[in-house]
Write a protein that binds this ligand. Sequence first.
Ligand code: COA
Length: 257
Amino acid sequence: MKFENLLTQLDNGIFTITVNNPQRLNALNRATFVDIKAAFEIVYADKNIRGVIITGAGEKAFVAGADITEFSAFSKAEGLQLAKNGHVIFNMIENCPKPVIAAVNGFALGGGCEFAMACHLRVASDNAKFGQPEVNLGIIPGYGGTQRLIQLIGKGKAFELLMTADMIGAQEALQLGLVNYVTTREELLPKCKEILEKIKTKSPSAIRHVVNCVNAHFKEGVDGFVTEVNEFAACFDSPDFKEGTTAFIEKRKANFV
Ligand code: COA
């Protein structure tokens, strides 16, 4: 499939999505959101895709936010629609049954930081910069940022980043738990691939249950412990369970299909 603002590549089960608008530091405009949704529809449906990496084109940015030029004249109703659309797409990423890693290769600001936070894991190169600078523009994060930032770094630091609009570097992001690893620029994609290669050897259905359970913790009105009981029980119906336990007993590596 051809996208307007994304490059995609499927290599050995790993689907790499590159936001490709480097002249605007990969800012997310309407067309890019349409592309991201379509790309994740493919990820959900295509059995050959076992994991996803999201990154940005060019040397400077992962994604420098929502496209400010596009929404600067929006009304309240249009703002509402913008946020709702962003939530639908980022929730789709967060709930993806396959592992999704953000390879943050530069600025991850505003909607870019929110995009990275919607992924299951984040790996940053040492030049990456994170921030939620929306208050500079008279707005707040609208794609889940106020909530996911608290989940990842806690309330106090989230307040600080949201109120000061400060940018932080990769090392501070690591200390705060905003990213899982920091690498050199050269090692960024290899590190993401290494993580996905490891996950690829595990039971795909169990990975899907992990996603459901972890996300259940943060869903209003959902008891994560009850979710775990049900997801755990569902595992016992899966061929992966038979294969995993049989492989253990036979003292061989499991071969999940
Ligand atoms: N929306 C639209 N255009 C953007 C953008 C965004 N979020 N972020 C960067 N751009 C554009 C710039 O306007 C510039 O376009 P131009 O060449 O036509 O002037 C181009 O991308 C390059 O950015 P520039 O500002 O020249 O790069 P820089 O290295 O001097 O600064 C940033 C980099 C990221 C600090 C700066 O671009 C910035 O503050 N961007 C906005 C970040 C933001 O507020 N994001 C949240 C939006 S809700």
